[in-house]
Design a protein around this ligand. Structure first.
Ligand SMILES: *Cc1c(COP(=O)(O)O)cnc(C)c1O
Length: 223
């Protein structure tokens, strides 16, 4: 594995996908998902050019954030967060990507000491195993989410089914973008809804073509 080469390759592929879809590179941020590696490898990744880091578990998130506090990093908590752990971590995340229930939203609202940037996780594919609001559930929850003043709902987050074919993945991604636009147009006060978090190592070029503003890439850096 060469971290430096992999990093160059990932940023090149992002750049190509941007060109293909007439977008600028500044519109798409790469979150390097470091859940597979320790703090010292994570540090090397930042030295190689990563500026956004993502972790999906509370303890490693806090440990890496402490170990790398001398570096210019934007910290993302991706994936699900148990309600009882919200208080330990939520005030230290720059972006939270796993808002998947109203109860979790209420807990965050209660524990936050400043407005927290959150992505609402949606389950567009309808897979049982996936977290997130269905479109119908989200419709119902919006008026209540709109009352939580410590939540800054920046956009939607989704995950495509593992191993699905490209047509299906592309359709899930474009449905998510359409839903984001609809909610953005409704102009709820705490929902700027300008961002879209989707695309992982297997499918990030497709996600960028469909409008992703944040891609979450792990394996591709470390294989
Ligand atoms: C692990 C993880 C990723 C990165 O997945 P890769 O396939 O390793 O790129 C992205 N998003 C979430 C929520 C994850 O848990």
């Amino acid at each position: 594995m060469s971290l430096k080469e992999n990093t160059v390759q990932v940023f090149e592929k992002v750049s190509n996908a941007c060109q293909k879809s007439g977008r600028t590179e500044q519109e798409v941020k790469v979150i390097a998902v470091t859940k597979y590696v320790d703090s010292s490898i994570t540090r090397k990744l930042v030295e190689a050019g990563a500026r956004h880091l993502g972790e999906n578990r509370v303890e490693p998130f806090l440990a890496k954030r402490e170990a790398l506090k001398d570096l210019p990093i934007t910290w993302h908590f991706i994936g699900s967060l148990q309600r009882r752990k919200v208080k330990d971590v939520i005030n230290f995340v720059d972006y939270f990507h796993g808002l998947d229930s109203l109860k979790l939203a209420q807990e965050i609202n209660k524990r936050a000491d400043h407005p927290i940037n959150c992505f609402i996780q949606v389950n567009i594919s309808g897979e049982e195993s996936k977290h997130g609001f269905s479109e119908t559930e989200l419709r119902e929850a919006l008026p209540q989410l709109a009352q939580l003043s410590q939540l800054n709902l920046v956009g939607l987050m989704t995950m495509a089914p593992l191993g699905a074919d490209e047509t299906l993945i592309a359709s899930i991604f474009s449905k998510t973008e359409a839903l984001r636009q609809t909610i953005q147009q409704e102009a709820w006060s705490n929902m700027p809804m300008t961002e879209l978090s989707m695309g992982m190592s297997q499918d990030y070029p497709l996600a960028i073509e469909a409008g992703a503003t944040f891609v979450r890439i792990g394996t591709a850096f470390f294989e």
